[in-house]
Design a protein around this ligand. Structure first.
Ligand code: KG4
Ligand code: ZN
Length: 344
């Protein structure tokens, strides 16, 4: 019942680790037949961030509808799938559980193999969806709301972590600064937009260096510097130029991300660089990274914005390579909120 006669591997992929309920149908890890995303942003905006209990409840309400839409947009039925794939970590435990339970039920009901996927491996794999020529090894900067990692993807499912954040994730810093200057949630896209009208050199914010770990990141000092600046200006009764602040903060983050990535590529002798995760859709990051990679003779890959933020197509891409390697999850698959990269 495991292997299908056809050589095509068509995966129904499910993602529910945070605040998007998503399902997609992906053929051979590269071809997106459908990509349905039900975002909960409107629900969480009123609280200024994701409320885990509300996220789980919303996933339960939406998951069947989203899966049905993914299959019908692909023009396919469940029995035509080769496998069912699902994000099982890391993420919010209650949110993950909804996707995992749905995937298990579908796999069991249709007699299909089940493939549990690591969310971060999914983000990296988003790069395969639009770049048919991209194969490991390559260096990937993963920057999302929950993660900031610099990894070498040596092979599919084989990662070497060369840098990580010591405190806040890059996206988290964007979200916190946006909240402090009254731009709302999620902050990344709002800062990106506001920064276009601002001067990135108007204010000087710190770029953290970590002794002995040249590729690690730290964003909490930068976030505090922005908050201190805001307080200082408020006490002095001065109006803050939000566009300049957004641009200067963004510039500080982008400079560190680009600098670490390009230096790591040079040190490890890797000529291909990819970026992934929600912050990878940041326009300043894309422009700066492209310029720096161009100067260093590195080839840069990045996904379209819709594949940068959470989606299930990226899970379908990662699942294909796991499936081909023979990875199968049992019906005892559980949500693992702190799942580490490279761990099963
Ligand atoms: O990958 P993602 O959807 O979820 C996680 O796995 O965390 O990333 C969401 C994060 C949020 O922090 C959001 O503010 C940030 O990505 N983000 C951006 C942009 N678009 C989304 N940050 C900076 N610039 C953007 N254009
Ligand atoms: Zn994510």
């Amino acid at each position: 019942m495991d292997e299908k006669k056809t050589t095509d591997v068509t995966v129904l992929a499910i993602e529910s680790s945070c605040d998007e309920t998503a399902a997609a149908v992906v053929r051979n890890g590269r071809e997106v037949l459908s990509n349905v995303i039900s975002s909960q942003i409107a629900l969480h905006t009123q609280y200024g961030g994701v409320v885990p209990e509300l996220a789980s409840r919303k996933h339960i309400e939406k998951i069947n509808q989203v899966i049905g839409a993914a299959l019908s947009e692909a023009g396919m039925t469940l029995p035509e799938m080769t496998a069912v794939a699902v994000t099982y970590g890391p993420g919010l435990v209650g949110a993950l559980l909804v996707g995992v339970a749905a995937a298990k039920a579908l796999a069991y009901g249709a007699g299909l193999p089940l493939v549990g996927v690591h969310h971060i491996e999914g983000h990296v794999s988003a790069n395969f969806l639009e770049h048919p020529d991209l194969e490991p090894p390559f260096l990937c900067l993963i920057v999302s709301g929950g993660h900031t990692h610099l990894v070498i993807m040596k092979d599919h499912d084989e990662f070497e972590i060369v840098g990580r954040t010591r405190d806040d994730a890059a996206g988290e810093a964007f979200d916190k600064v946006a909240r402090a200057i009254g731009l709302g949630y999620p902050g990344g896209p709002k800062i990106d937009l506001a920064a276009r009208e601002g001067n990135p050199h108007a204010m000087e914010f710190p770029r953290a260096k970590i002794e002995g770990c040249p590729y690690d990141f730290s964003f909490s000092g930068l976030k505090s510097a922005v908050l201190n600046y805001l307080n200082h200006e408020k006490m002095a009764g001065r109006e803050v130029n939000r566009a300049d602040l957004a641009a200067s903060f963004q510039n500080a983050v982008v400079e560190v991300l680009v600098d670490h990535t390009v230096r790591a590529a040079e040190e490890y002798g890797i000529r291909k660089v990819a970026i992934a995760g929600g912050v990878a859709s940041n326009s300043a990051l894309r422009v700066s990274m492209a310029a720096a990679c161009g100067r260093a003779g590195l080839k840069l890959y990045y996904p379209s914005p819709i594949f940068c933020t959470d989606n299930a197509a990226m899970i379908g891409a990662a699942a294909y390579y796991e499936y081909k390697k023979g990875v199968r999850s049992g019906l005892d698959l559980n949500a693992v909120p702190n799942l580490r990269l490279g761990e099963r």
